[in-house]
Design a protein around this ligand. Structure first.
Ligand SMILES: Cc1cc2nc3c(=O)[nH]c(=O)nc-3n(C[C@H](O)[C@H](O)[C@H](O)COP(=O)(O)O)c2cc1C
Length: 350
């Protein structure tokens, strides 16, 4: 009820303003509310990347770009969160308006272009408020350095001690040239450089690559081979897509930018299946794109995802969507005769 009233008012406001207001509400009001206990069914528990996940539903990158609510998200049922994308220098991002709600399609198009306060400011905040739960840090280059490995290294140096895991983001469609890093040589160079830096720092923070759903099919095998050869710790599939817009109903379908939410669900599931077929259980997949219910979560896990992330469903289903998904997912696992979520991973690919 409360979340329906909230949605009604938030939809009246321009999306970026509504997002800012949501962050304030989460910190000042929601987080202090006495909530019913999190649904912590043991069948959702997994140990992955040597981290203990009470449930598989994470808050995707982009919602908490500047590290404002990472210590509040467990109250909404999330099992983990990811801040960023963070760049070395602060940047404004693209011109506004740059976020569009496609309500009939339960989707969003955004072309934000990594607006963020920059790594120094965000590190200061995190040092004052150490993450209590599992908190990944998603890093990327500044706009003018889009293919620079140095920018990733600068961010790695800042966050490797604060983050539960580090995400190398090469997949936003809103930083020109960034996606050109989806190339065997570049991926190899990038992973080698970051792994070398991690070894120099004597760290074992997990390193995860976030991939675009728009890669050509014939590139998948090559990328998987590199991930296996380099023993990357994990892969996030997927970021937003620049495809599939013409079939949508909302007037905003013509906007440039990355599409997320329901129309991305099937696209990302197909990519997850293709990666899982090659990676098997050696490299865990975090599945993102259109997760909004127990059924969509279950389908992604069957496609090969070990963990999940969502963003767009928060806009359409409200702040307690993760709680609802966990409850439904736990029931689906039981109903289908499994004892733990890990038994469901990739069963569609066998
Ligand atoms: C408004 C918005 C901003 C986003 N910003 C980022 C970002 O900064 N870095 C990133 O890796 N992904 C970003 N994403 C992509 C999400 O993390 C996620 O991969 C994608 O939206 C698919 O999940 P969803 O369908 O549940 O939204 C953003 C998504 C949205 C909707």
């Amino acid at each position: 009820m409360l979340s329906n009233i909230l949605k009604f008012f938030l939809y009246k406001i321009e999306p970026e303003k509504a997002h800012k207001l949501s962050l304030v509400l989460i910190n000042k009001y929601f987080a202090k509310m006495p909530l019913s206990s999190n649904h912590l069914d043991k069948n959702l528990y997994q140990k992955i990347f040597n981290l203990s996940f009470d449930n598989p539903v994470g808050l995707a990158a982009g919602f908490d770009k500047n590290a404002e609510i990472y210590n509040q998200v467990d109250k909404f049922g999330f099992g983990f969160t990811e801040i960023g994308t963070i760049t070395p220098k602060p940047q404004e991002g693209n011109l506004k308006p740059r976020v569009f709600r496609l309500i009939q399609d339960k989707a969003i198009i955004n072309r934000l272009g990594f607006p963020n306060e920059g790594m120094n400011e965000i590190t200061k905040k995190m040092k004052k408020n150490i993450p209590k739960g599992i908190c990944g840090v998603n890093i990327g280059p500044n706009k003018e350095n889009a293919t620079s490995i140095d920018d990733y290294l600068l961010c790695f140096d800042q966050f490797f001690e604060l983050a539960s895991y580090i995400v190398i983001n090469i997949s936003s469609p809103n930083t020109p040239k960034l996606r050109s890093l989806h190339n065997n040589e570049k991926i190899t160079e990038l992973i080698d450089a970051i792994k070398k830096r991690r070894a120099e720092k004597k760290s074992n923070v997990p390193i995860i690559l976030k991939v675009s759903p728009d890669i050509e099919e014939d590139k998948i095998e090559g990328i998987c081979n590199i991930l296996l050869e380099k023993s990357i710790d994990g892969v996030i599939l997927t970021n937003t897509t620049i495809r599939n817009k013409s079939s949508l109903s909302s007037e905003h379908r013509i906007q440039d930018g990355g599409l997320s939410g329901e129309p991305l669900n099937e696209i990302s599931n197909k990519i997850i299946q293709k990666f899982y077929l090659r990676l098997g259980s050696s490299i865990p997949i975090i599945g993102a794109g259109g997760v909004s219910s127990g059924a969509t979560a279950y389908e992604k896990i069957k496609s090969g995802a070990s963990l999940l992330q969502l963003y767009t469903a928060l806009i359409y289903e409200g702040p307690y969507v993760a709680k609802k998904i966990n409850k439904e997912l736990s029931n689906l696992i039981k109903l289908n005769g499994y004892n733990n979520i890990s038994e469901v991973i990739g069963i569609n690919c066998k």
